[in-house]
Write a protein that binds this ligand. Sequence first.
Ligand code: NAP
Length: 256
Amino acid sequence: MSLKGKIVFITGASAGIGAATALAFAAEGARLLLAARRTGKLAEVAKAALARGAEAIHSFQLDVRHHRAVQTAIDELPPEWAEIEVLVNNAGLSRGLEKIYTGKVEDWDEMIDTNVKGLLYVTRAVVPGMVVRGHGQIVNLGSTAGEMAYPNGAVYCGSKAAERMITDGLRQDVLGTPVRVTSIDPGMVETDFSLVRFRGDAERAAKVYKGLTPLTPEDVADAIVWAATRPAHVNIARISLTTIHQANSILFHRER
Ligand code: NAP
């Protein structure tokens, strides 16, 4: 299915997987709606996406944790940007790596508010239009962490397990309409993810990727675009992908 001229809305498009996904859809000639909190970074991604072939770009500041702001942003889109064809619910993060009995409640709130409630808010605002128009696709970012918990990551893993069930439930809810629902579940991808998790501790973040070749954000973007370009009757329910050095969310092979 061609995405030329179609509107693709990506949350968390200012960095990592979201930014790579913007560039990958740009190469398909899509029109891009890009949102995140850091507008400076969004502007850089927008510039690169235009150079890569995006037909047009509209970017705006959005914190997905705020329900009203999400609903207003979608309700008030300029008419030429309202008909979203593909929604990529990518905004997400982890905070801390701690046992649940010593973890910080603020970290839990931030992860659940962003990864679970934020995804729901954006979905609630965008999907009714898709159902009325009779086409569209929702691509949610899950994780191998949602398939199997890892030590000290219970709440992040729980947020991604919630994504998995919400995605499966949404697919059932839109059954009978032509709207497609996909979960993309990567293992370890080298982005700012660990830097954010460890609140800017670059040394600790670098250790996460030591001795192995992680997935790149482009690898994940490739899977997202593939799922979104299948023929209209093909619904890709889930893609789970890891580096060759990872077997599941707890088992890695490190060479150095
Ligand atoms: P990243 O490089 O840190 O990018 C995260 C993106 O999410 C940024 O653009 C950030 O933008 C945005 N974001 C965070 N909180 C937000 C909020 N409240 N409102 C709006 N945007 C927000 O991390 P990434 O690895 O690309 O992560 C992207 C997604 O992939 C996440 O859902 C993550 O859980 C998932 N994932 C990552 C990995 C991995 O190993 N990296 C593996 C599996 C799944 P602003 O800060 O500008 O708002």
